[in-house]
Design a binder for this molecule. Structure first.
Ligand code: ATP
Ligand code: HMH
Length: 268
């Protein structure tokens, strides 16, 4: 039997809802074989980030090499990266191993508002990593920071996604989770804008939604789906996982990655 292997390069979330833990759960649920290269340990829960212990860039590179020299991934998701040396190490590895289907989630702050990327590293992220991506998945605050514009309407979302796509020569999925109304996401790829509509679930439990969506898209790309199809199916998965209504912790709780099997008595 074969299962598409997918690599996540991201930070660990001790509370299990975001980061590498969310990525591996998502890849498993969507029929892929998840592998990881960890950029940082975070002491984190649904209330916030209490500590960050970054991995030295050399050791990050060693993890990526160990994976790629043995089980070449069919797609890669990049999430939290901490500093410039890490970003350079990832960019080098993407080139050296010719990694396919690279989805970059430009994680800058956690749902709780805590910063996850060193401020001085933003330039390296945009200059070194963005151009290597097949898809970038910023949320609204990240897109505002990256474009230096305010984004409060669908036409402004289209304008910002186009600007990012043209600047970095990559497709962009601008996520609408931080908007006030519906959770509509915009894909701008090869000069074409496509909307993916989503009903807002009225609950604070959205910890790790961005990590989950980017991993879901990478998983479908690894299985051979087109970019548009991968985004459509990724959006369906994230919407279901949020709507399932898991309630854990005292802050922004996690989502139910395994919602599709929760009601089934499939192992007896
Ligand atoms: N309350 C909600 N109800 C339904 N869908 C949502 C909700 N919040 C976010 N989404 C969807 O979840 C996906 C992730 O978007 P979001 O804007 O939350 O990413 P993010 O801010 O990067 O996530 P993270 O919490 O991991 O930082 C998008 O498809 C978005 O539309
Ligand atoms: C480790 C990690 N990566 C990403 C996010 C963004 O949700 C988070 N909260 N923690």
């Amino acid at each position: 039997m074969t299962i598409a292997p997918v690599l996540t390069i991201a930070g660990s979330d001790s509370s299990g809802g975001a980061g590498v833990q969310a990525d591996l759960k998502t890849m498993t649920m969507l029929g892929c074989f998840g592998m990881s290269a960890i950029t940082a340990l975070t002491a984190q829960n649904t209330l916030g980030v209490q500590g960050i212990c970054p991995v030295p860039a050399e050791f990050l590179k060693q993890q990526i090499a160990a994976v790629c020299e043995d089980i070449p991934p069919a797609a890669v998701k990049v999430g939290m990266v901490y500093d410039t040396p890490q970003i350079l190490a990832i960019a080098e590895a993407v080139a050296q191993y010719q990694l396919p289907h690279v989805v970059v989630d430009p994680v800058m702050v956690a749902t709780s508002g805590d910063p996850l990327l060193k401020q001085q590293a933003q330039q390296a992220l945009t200059e070194q990593l963005f151009p290597l991506a097949e898809l970038l998945t910023p949320n609204l605050p990240e897109a505002e920071q990256l474009t230096g514009t305010s984004i409060t309407s669908p036409p402004q979302m289209e304008q910002a996604a186009r600007q990012l796509s043209e600047t970095y020569h990559t497709a962009v999925l601008l996520k609408g989770g931080h908007s006030m109304g519906s959770c509509n996401d915009l894909l701008y790829a090869a000069g074409t804008a496509t909307w993916f509509s989503g009903q807002r679930t009225d609950a604070p439990n959205t910890h790790g939604t961005g990590c989950t969506l980017s991993s879901a898209i990478a998983s479908f790309l690894a299985q051979g789906a087109s970019l548009e199809e991968s985004v459509r199916r990724g959006k369906a998965y994230i919407s279901g996982a949020i709507a399932a209504g898991l309630s854990l912790g005292h802050g922004h709780g996690p989502i139910a990655h395994n919602y599709a099997i929760l009601k089934k008595d499939h192992i007896t």
